[in-house]
Design a binder for this molecule. Structure first.
Ligand code: ADP
Length: 491
């Protein structure tokens, strides 16, 4: 059914327009009842007019039947009174009356054609049984009636005198319904004129209503087009209907998101430029001061060149991190999923980071509660673990420790990185995943932070449909908890 409707809609493209549909619905709803009403009224009129005519004529026929008996017309049809009565009846109703006697012989025919003939039909026989019958032939336009001519006779029986009806003959009458049909014709013509007028009014209403009702949608399109063309960039409003309000609300939300994205893109570009310029500025200051002192000692050259190299390393680190972040943002690139032994991977990363930890006198501990093998992207998983552990070392105190705990349930594995470091102030907790955000800019710079590590980590975790949470107490330490599904959930 739906398929059929769709194919019809496909054929008639115009039907896909809401305006055309509203127009058609109003037209159909308006026209069908008026057509049905006309048919109903006409049919009802015909039925009622025929019934009325039949009952009037039947009454007159019954009176005539009594007269026929009174004047013994069946035996002698010369009575002028009856003749006049018969003429009047047939003239009045444009009909024909046949009076049939007891032997089925036609005693009188107002058309005279059938006089003396024998008529034995079903109706006539039934009427001899005492029944009055009528039948309307709408095709030929006449009503046929049979009326018994009954005589009441008195009989002497054992119980005394009894009255009895005896059928002496039958009247077979047919009257024309031409006058009824003529009235119906006039009525029908008037009804058609009225109906045509009504249809025209309905078409007018349909045109106006379909236009008025769909106008708010045109307004929505116009408002969206204005935004598209750049005339305005604030939110739009078409409050005519709840439906248009919903469309416009959804559009405004998209607009809002686009604005947020645009703002954050601009902020990101500004941050990137700033971050990339800082090492360059330092290098320039160092180089300038060497250039301004032509006879600077070699030690000074060496010290300044060492600083310049450190700045170059830093610049390099920022670019590497930026590239990693951009790669995360490109969701289409997707993940390179394989089955990875997380225990081995963690051990490997910790082994690589141990020398750095040792330099800071920080102890690295790994506790594996159960062996974990998960479907993850190994490179991104490495980034997640090493970023968290590197931070835990970087922001630790001397003689502190970092504890990495690996656990799993039947759906997820969890990696907890706990440190005894400087902690993160509460107001900074919600910002630490932002790009370039650092709690203490100068301290972070000193220890080589770019402010991109946690942004990269969070992106990588989210790409795996996992979660990352942090709890921290300033001066006591920080704990990051990462949870990632054991089997990869494709988008
Ligand atoms: P960075 O390269 O500066 O370390 P991150 O994005 O990795 O950048 O971290 C953002 C900021 O969050 C850091 O500058 C630091 O202030 C804070 N931070 C991250 N991890 C820790 C931690 N384990 N302990 C204390 N502070 C942390």
């Amino acid at each position: 059914m739906q398929f059929k409707l769709k194919s019809i809609l496909g054929h008639f493209k115009i039907l896909r327009s809401l305006r055309a549909r509203i127009f058609l619905i109003i037209l159909v709803v308006g026209v069908i009842p008026s057509v049905l009403m006309r048919h109903g009224i006409m049919e009802n009129y015909e039925e009622r007019a025929v019934a009325l005519r039949t009952s009037t004529v039947q009454t007159q026929l019954r009176i005539l039947a009594n007269h026929l008996i009174t004047y013994s017309y069946l035996q002698d049809n010369s009575s002028e009174v009856i003749g006049a009565e018969l003429d009047m009846l047939s003239n009045l109703y444009d009909g024909r009356v046949l009076i049939i006697g007891g032997n089925f012989k036609v005693v009188k025919d107002t058309y005279t054609i059938s006089e003396g003939k024998i008529i034995i039909s079903e109706e006539v026989i039934k009427s001899f049984g005492g029944e009055s019958l009528s039948n309307y032939d709408s095709e030929h336009g006449y009503i046929e009636m049979t009326t018994p001519i009954t005589e009441t006779i008195k009989l002497m029986t054992d119980e005394g005198e009894v009255e009895k009806s005896v059928v002496r003959g039958v009247m077979l009458t047919s009257i024309s319904t031409d006058s009824i049909i003529a009235t119906m014709d006039i009525l029908s013509r008037r009804a058609i004129i009225l109906e045509t007028l009504m249809i025209m009014v309905i078409i007018g209403i349909a045109i106006v209503l379909s236009d008025v009702l769909t106008r708010p949608f045109a307004r929505v399109t116009q408002a969206i087009n204005e935004v598209k063309a750049g005339y305005k960039d604030e939110s739009i409003s078409v409050p005519d209907y709840l439906e248009t309000m919903h469309i416009v609300d959804a559009f405004n939300q998209v607009l809002g998101r686009m604005k947020v994205l645009d703002d954050s893109r601009q902020e990101f570009v500004a941050n990137v430029s700033h971050e990339l310029k800082t090492p360059l500025a330092s290098m320039k200051v160092l180089a300038d001061s060497l250039l301004s002192q032509p006879d600077a000692p070699v030690e000074m050259y060496q010290e300044f060149m060492g600083d310049i190299t450190a700045e170059i390393d830093r610049e390099n680190q920022i670019i590497t991190d930026l590239l990693a972040l951009v790669r995360m943002d490109k969701k289409v690139a997707g993940l390179n999923i394989s089955s990875v032994n997380i225990n081995e991977l963690t051990e490997l990363i910790l082994k690589r980071l141990r020398p750095i930890a040792r330099k800071k006198d920080v102890e690295l501990v790994f506790e594996s509660i159960r062996p974990v093998t998960a479907e993850v992207d190994e490179v991104k998983m490495t980034l997640i673990i090493s970023n968290l552990v590197e931070n835990a070392i970087k922001y630790n105190r001397e003689l502190g420790f970092v504890k990495v705990t690996l656990d799993a349930d039947h759906q997820m594995f969890s990696l907890e990185v706990e440190d005894t470091g400087i902690g993160i102030p509460e107001e900074s907790l919600e910002h630490i995943y932002e790009r370039f955000y650092r709690v203490d800019k100068s301290h972070s710079r000193e220890i080589g932070g770019t402010g991109l590590g946690l942004a990269i980590t969070r992106s990588a975790v989210l790409m795996h449909r996992g979660s990352i949470t942090v709890t921290s107490l300033e001066g006591e330490g920080t704990t990051f908890l990462v949870k990632i599904p054991l089997s990869h959930i494709a988008v």
